[in-house]
Design a protein around this ligand. Structure first.
Ligand code: NAY
Length: 291
């Protein structure tokens, strides 16, 4: 199966008491399924996965798979700092209608590269589904070299990489050296540049509120219209700058609530709600039709 394309990294809506809001979750999944995107990346950092218990993460995977339409490609993020917990999540996702799994490199404890490779092999085996490895040096604290990324891509069962890094030289090298693999751009801020460097898709949080713009950026790059792609990426980044200012996850939930897609904008502590000042910034962008 070819996994290339554009995927929304899904959010987990919470009630004020921090329990998962099932209605909001279903509504957001439905909204994303109608957005023209190719699929959903479920249960990643945008879904506040590392603030949730393993049971809650499995429940989120279940609720999303139930609400999604059959035309969407579903990727379950099962990454954790513990192989054992990742395996539990992978086994659960393996039994659900997900086409692939994905896992961020384990963080906090230093992990040797041979341990990392064993981690990915064990998790792949637990799911029995293709794996998208996730390179995110800024948050995961593991700065993989191009050679190490190539080695990970050669593990049995690994079909793709989610490259959340601003290193576009590395993006070009990895895509050139692994033409048979799908390489996703992971920073929405550089979708156009990532695609020019050779990425064949993107996974992002802000796709939840600007799907059409991301689709248009990809179309502009694929039709050699660099000027149009730059203009669209600039529009996207006005919004992303504002979201980075508010906190991306609280900001996205606030916008989705203002647009009536979800009713509750709460996050898991310690993530906070958006301040009045930041609400005013986001309201102005909504009013101007930016999102
Ligand atoms: C995930 O795991 O949920 C993601 O893949 C989300 C991708 C996002 N990266 C992070 C670290 O949240 O969309 C990006 C990001 O929010 C965006 O580029 C703004 O910085």
């Amino acid at each position: 199966m070819n996994f290339s394309g554009l995927y929304a990294a899904t959010l987990t809506p919470f009630n004020l008491d921090e329990t998962i809001n099932h209605d909001d979750l279903a509504s957001l999944v439905k909204f994303n399924c109608e957005s023209g995107l190719d699929g959903l990346y479920v249960g990643g950092s945008t879904a506040e996965a590392f603030l949730c218990s393993t049971e809650e993460r499995i429940q989120t995977l279940e609720l999303t798979a139930e609400a999604a339409t059959a035309d969407m490609t579903l990727i379950a993020h099962v990454g954790d700092i513990s192989t054992k917990k990742s395996e539990i999540l992978a086994r659960a996702a393996g039994a659900m209608p997900y086409q692939a799994i994905s896992a961020v490199t384990p963080f906090y404890y230093p992990v040797a590269f041979n341990e990392l490779k064993k981690h990915y092999s064990d998790v792949i085996q637990a799911a029995g589904k293709p794996m998208i490895v996730y390179n995110f040096p800024a948050f995961a604290g593991m700065n993989l070299s191009g050679e190490q990324i190539n080695e990970l891509l050669n593990i049995d069962g690994v079909v793709a990489l989610k490259q959340t890094s601003a290193n576009l030289y590395q993006m070009e090298q990895v895509t050139r050296q692994n033409p048979e693999k799908t390489i996703f751009n992971g920073f929405d801020e550089i979708l156009a540049s990532g695609l020019v460097a050779g990425a064949n898709g993107g996974i992002g949080s802000t796709y939840n509120i600007q799907a059409q713009r991301m689709i248009d950026i990809q179309a502009a790059i694929f039709t050699n219209n660099a000027q149009q792609a730059t203009a669209l990426q600039r529009e996207a980044n006005v919004l992303i700058d504002a979201l980075v200012g508010t906190g991306v996850i609280p900001g996205l939930k606030y916008v989705l609530k203002q647009k009536g897609i979800i009713q509750n904008e709460h996050c898991r502590r310690p993530l906070n709600v958006v301040t009045d000042e930041h609400k005013a910034t986001l309201n102005a962008l909504i009013e101007a039709g930016v999102c």
